[in-house]
Design a binder for this molecule. Structure first.
Ligand code: SF4
Ligand code: SF4
Ligand code: FES
Length: 388
């Protein structure tokens, strides 16, 4: 047993007062969960402490919260580990701190109902409904059920592992800046249907998500949702899969998000590092050998981006030479060869990486395919191979 101090951000709407912090001391084994600490405080000290939970086994998705600033599940985070992180953070200024309070807050990007209970309806569930989270099969319905090969469902098993806890939504940096962003959980759910071989509206779904200015191209690729997700759904990876499929379908988006990604790939392949001055030109008017191929949109967007270029120039954060497209130097010979080798490798090994399909060698993939099929008996991640 060890003693821990948990510092909880509380909000009791009936009091008419704003949020405040309260500390509780709890006695627990380090291997027990932060949620156990909260429930002990609720039992022993203050029954009004509101926390949502049910399974206490990382299955129901009820106990999303922020622990030491990191979004996750209260029932899956060991209190001993939370203590280590709290100490590490408190010691960041140099002086070693022990037994720092473990800071617990409600999830972010959602209104708080009471203490650690957030309103999942207004953000999370509304966005989940936005992506039409059900199958839209075409053609005659089979007499009994849709039968598909288990292997054809492997691609979506990762997104099917979601328990709708909202931790990724809580941690999403894009959502902080743009609350209308569809968000990591809903987009991971969208991939679950885009990748389903039984669905008949793949193109329409992709078009909808690419055309929405708050859709797949609103993600800034910050990895925060991957860190937060307790079930390894890796929502950002699902968003990248949606983008790749939208690109393959030739879907244009209003923000030129796909063209922007292609511009990154092309510039780095050519120069080894990113020539930012080329980005707008390449995104809106992809040129040949660095020469501008003007289009109305390219010229319009270049003019629009001038203030963004002028600001760092004025503050001398960027030299004039760096702002001129095409003047960025290439990496020296050997380093360029390494970059080109990476590109060649990626081209040759164009395989998906997810929780259930890993590695590059045939054997390893076969082994994981087998594991994936075996996992179908696990209700938590079971590929739904029948039904509509
Ligand atoms: S990677 Fe994208 S979806 Fe995930 S948290 Fe960052 S901005 Fe949000
Ligand atoms: S993707 Fe992960 S973090 Fe997001 S709601 Fe699903 S399980 Fe939770
Ligand atoms: S209580 Fe069910 S996921 Fe934590």
């Amino acid at each position: 047993m060890a003693e821990y101090t948990i510092k909880v951000r509380r909000f009791q709407p009936e009091s008419g007062e704003g949020p405040y912090w309260e500390e509780f001391n709890v006695d627990l084994e380090p291997s027990l969960a932060v949620l156990d600490g909260l429930l002990q405080a609720k039992d022993n000290e203050d029954g009004s402490l509101a926390v949502r939970c049910s399974c206490r086994a990382a299955i129901c998705g009820s106990c999303g919260m922020k622990i030491n600033g990191q979004s996750g599940l209260g029932c899956k985070t060991q209190i001993g580990e939370a203590q280590e992180l709290a100490n590490k953070k408190a010691s960041a200024s140099g002086e070693k701190v022990e037994n720092a309070p473990i800071v617990i807050e409600p999830m972010g990007n959602m209104p708080v109902v009471k203490d650690l209970v957030t309103d999942m309806e207004s953000t999370h569930w509304t966005k989940i409904r936005r992506v039409t989270p059900w199958l839209l099969p075409h053609g005659e319905a089979p007499e009994r059920e849709y039968i598909v090969e288990p292997e054809s469902m492997l691609d979506i098993t990762q997104s099917m592992a979601c328990i709708q806890c909202g931790a990724c939504v809580s941690s999403c940096l894009s959502m902080e800046a743009d609350p209308d962003f569809i968000g990591p959980a809903a987009l991971a759910k969208a991939y679950r249907f885009v990748g389903d071989p039984r669905d008949g509206e793949t193109h329409e779904r992709l078009h909808d998500l690419a055309d929405d200015p708050h859709g797949i191209y609103d993600c800034t690729h910050c990895f925060s949702c991957i860190d937060a997700c307790p079930k390894d759904v890796a929502p950002m990876d699902q968003i990248m899969r949606l983008r790749r499929k939208a690109g393959e379908e030739g879907i244009e988006d209003p923000n030129a998000g796909h063209a922007h990604e292609m511009a990154f790939v092309k510039i780095i392949e050519k120069k080894g590092t990113l020539d930012e001055a080329m980005l707008v030109q390449e995104s809106y008017a992809p040129g040949i050998k660095g020469k501008l191929k003007p289009s109305k949109r390219g010229i319009r967007e270049t003019i629009k981006s001038l203030p963004t270029i002028l600001r760092p120039l004025r503050k001398r954060k960027v030299k004039l030479r760096q702002a001129i497209p095409g003047t960025h130097h290439k990496l020296p010979g050997d380093a360029m060869k390494d970059v080109q080798a990476v590109y060649a490798h990626a081209e040759e090994h164009n395989e998906e990486f997810n929780l259930y399909i890993k590695g590059e060698e045939g054997e390893l993939i076969d082994e994981n395919v087998e594991k994936g099929i075996q996992r179908s008996t696990d209700p938590d991640t079971a590929p739904e191979v029948k039904g509509g």
